[in-house]
Design a protein around this ligand. Structure first.
Ligand SMILES: [Zn+2]
Length: 204
């Protein structure tokens, strides 16, 4: 997985956490729609789960762990989001998460949980989830993703390391598009306000 062009500094930050073995128990990734929060969260998860990460901490992509992650069957990776047709992450989902986290990770590396979007926790599930942050589990990293971090309870926000991804500015975006066309890569286009701006490139 390649780091999105405007996320190099964010990756450097995460890489230094890994190198210095100062990995936060909880990381809150914030930023606007389409800026690549999930991409970064998944890269971080891959790096923590990989058995032989590269020198820059990126996952190798071919070890047993990487293959399980790619197949979405890694036992130490969990993605929590509202169930189909629901608008919030239910308390039962959090209870089931807590039960799983009480067990040891199955592999020797980390266990990673991604909550997306974390601001979809309702009052009851947020209260239950707080327990995961107050009583951290062994080798477990929780990554919260949010476009609207102000909707998250302060008790949760205050327990997370924060990583904010800013929208690339217009000129930078235009350059990315020109480059991607030149290199025949796919572009991802989203609408910001009344103008249409290209903010991302999906590398193929
Ligand atoms: Zn690997």
């Amino acid at each position: 997985m390649t780091t999105l062009p405007w996320q190099h500094s964010h990756w450097t930050h995460l890489h230094s956490y890994i190198q210095q073995q100062r990995i936060p128990q909880a990381l809150l990734i914030t930023g606007g729609k389409g800026v690549g929060k999930m991409e970064l969260a998944k890269q971080f998860a891959g790096a923590l789960l990989c058995e032989q990460p590269n020198a820059d901490s990126h996952a190798c992509g071919h070890c047993h762990s990487c293959l399980l992650l790619k197949a979405q069957t890694h036992p130490d990776f969990m993605l929590l989001q509202p169930d189909e047709g629901k608008t919030s992450i239910a308390i039962d989902q959090i209870r089931s998460l807590i039960t799983k986290l009480n067990l040891k990770p199955q592999f020797e590396r980390y266990r990673v949980v991604i909550l997306n979007p974390a601001d979809k926790l309702n009052n009851a599930s947020a209260n239950a989830f707080l327990k995961c942050l107050e009583e951290p589990n062994e080798r477990t990293v929780i990554v919260l993703i949010s476009e609207r971090q102000s909707k998250l309870p302060a008790t949760i926000r205050s327990r997370c390391q924060k990583l904010a991804i800013a929208m690339p500015d217009k000129n930078y975006s235009v350059e990315l598009v020109k480059n991607s066309i030149r290199k025949r890569r796919h572009c991802r286009v989203i609408r910001i306000g009344t103008r249409c701006a290209v903010i991302g490139i999906k590398l193929c």
